[in-house]
Design a protein around this ligand. Structure first.
Ligand code: ADP
Ligand code: MG
Length: 474
């Protein structure tokens, strides 16, 4: 891949000056996070980690990722409405994975009762890396689609300005002018606004369902403020509050503290640790309600790693989106090799292959949020241990994607300034709204580039590994 900053990246004095400017610019722009020491208060905050320099991204792959996003929106929505597919695909997983099983149980419960919800809002982020082929050409390969609590759309709406300033300080004014504007927080908010309008109650609020510990609150505030700017009331609650104060009326309208809720935007609820018995009850109450859940439980299940693996089987996309061969081809072109570890010959074979050559693969459990996947020697050991047990079924295998590294500086509070070999992951935010059977909005709402040092196999920004970045198209 091109290295646009070759001339400055090793210039220690220039880098030091630019880094000082960059950090202050990030603080001024609001690229902020609460600190690990005080995650419940905004008295002391710091800048969210970010790269000093924007990273080169091949223009063709960037455009490909935007183009295919509308297809992925349709696909996720189609899966969420296909009970038979979800049942069949997750049947083996829910036998061994308790978290997926509990989500699935809520799904079956609300399906049996019949949905009160008629408006559906999807906010997702499809993530990719640029796989470097033997001939040196890069290909867009999907890592995963996040269908719940896809984050950093807010903070990344402010990083292009910071990187633009850094480039100017480094004497690259022309290059600075070429950085693309990017405002996912507005795009996400417009999706929420549309869903709120279609819900049809002026006095109803949008509820952000946040975590107990909210280090990344500023990211959410960016979206919240877009809603307040449009005179929509926003409330913030936790699962615990819903358990204590939430109720449904006779037509299953959702109320919290006497306030009707039109849209529930989950920024929590995707890890098992969130849920004790009371929080499971709260989740069920929310899912039973008429409120627009972003996402509803079916859409959360559509984002599991097991579903992703089944999508790569020949014929599956065609079945889910009949009559759309072009969309199917665009999506399939981004798939890396994905393999089922279900019991049987197919799973035995790929497990043996991965044990023999672990560097080729990533072993993934049904978890979100970074830091759960297994690589290399660890992959080999775990797979060796579970290969003849049902536990194997709770994982999938994926081909490891190998991007070409580039030099950059990862700016992190209290960390020394040092050059690192880095690789990047591009995410595209998708937003759609469906009313009954009619898709009324289907958009790509902006992008997120995250970059990490090559020695870290796994992990996102919240996990403390990757940092925010801005694409520089080449
Ligand atoms: P999570 O739901 O925890 O975010 P991901 O599938 O996104 O799970 O994986 C987490 C991280 O691991 C990614 O951000 C990426 O850095 C790395 N990763 C995941 N899959 C692959 C892959 N196939 N090849 C290389 N790196 C991967
Ligand atoms: Mg991820």
């Amino acid at each position: 891949m091109a290295e646009p900053w070759r001339d400055v990246v090793r210039d220690a004095a220039a880098v030091r000056d630019a880094a000082a400017v960059a950090v202050d610019a990030a603080l001024l722009a609001g690229v902020l996070m609460r600190t690990g020491e005080q995650p419940l208060s905004s008295d002391v905050v710091n800048y969210a980690p970010f790269t000093l320099l924007p990273s080169a991204v091949p223009r063709a792959l960037f455009e490909q990722a935007y183009a295919v996003q509308l297809d992925f929106n349709l696909l996720v929505d189609a899966i969420s409405q296909n009970k038979e597919f979800l049942e069949q695909t997750l049947a083996s997983t829910i036998k061994v994975d308790d978290f997926t099983a509990r989500l699935f149980r809520i799904y079956m419960q609300v399906m049996e009762e019949g949905l009160a919800q008629t408006v559906f809002l999807g906010i997702n982020r499809s993530d990719y890396m640029f796989d470097c082929g033997l001939d040196g050409t890069a290909a867009l390969k999907q890592i995963e689609i996040n269908t719940i609590a896809a984050s950093f759309g807010g903070l990344t709406s402010r990083t292009a300005d910071v990187h633009g300033l850094v480039l100017k300080v480094l004497g690259k004014t022309e290059e600075a002018s070429r950085l693309l504007p990017n405002n996912p927080s507005k795009g996400l908010a417009l999706g929420i606004v549309k869903a709120w309008e279609l819900y049809g109650s002026q006095s109803a609020a949008v509820m952000f369902l946040g975590e107990e510990i909210q280090r990344n609150i500023f990211d959410q505030r960016c979206v919240e403020n877009e809603l307040w700017n449009r005179n929509i009331r926003v409330i913030r609650r936790r699962f615990r509050d819903v358990f204590e104060k939430g109720s449904l009326d006779g037509s299953r309208r959702l109320y919290i503290d006497g306030q009707e809720v039109a849209v529930v935007y989950y920024r929590d609820g995707y890890v098992p640790q969130t849920y004790d018995q009371q929080n499971w009850e709260a989740r069920l109450l929310l899912e039973r309600s008429r409120a627009v859940k972003c996402p509803d439980i079916a859409t959360q299940l559509a984002g599991t790693k097991k579903v992703q693996q089944e999508l790569s089987r020949p014929g599956t996309l065609e079945k889910l989106l009949p009559g759309r061969p072009e969309a199917v081809a665009r999506m399939r072109a981004t798939f890396a090799g994905l393999y089922s570890l279900d019991e049987g010959e197919e799973g035995d074979k790929i497990a043996a292959t991965a044990i023999a050559d672990p560097q080729r693969f990533v072993l993934k459990p049904q978890r979100e949020g970074g830091g759960n996947n297994l690589y290399g020697e660890e992959l080999r050991q775990v797979l060796e241990k579970i290969k003849d047990t049902p536990e194997r079924t709770s994982y999938i295998l994926m081909d490891k994607i190998k991007p070409q590294p580039a030099l950059n500086y990862l700016l992190r509070a209290h960390s020394p300034l040092q050059v690192s070999e880095c690789i990047s992951e591009l995410g595209i935010f998708g937003v759609y709204v469906r009313q009954g059977q009619e898709m009324v909005l289907n958009e790509a709402a902006g992008h997120l580039l995250r970059t990490k040092a090559v020695q870290h196999a796994d992990g996102g920004v919240a996990a403390g590994v990757a940092v925010l970045d801005t694409p520089y198209l080449v």
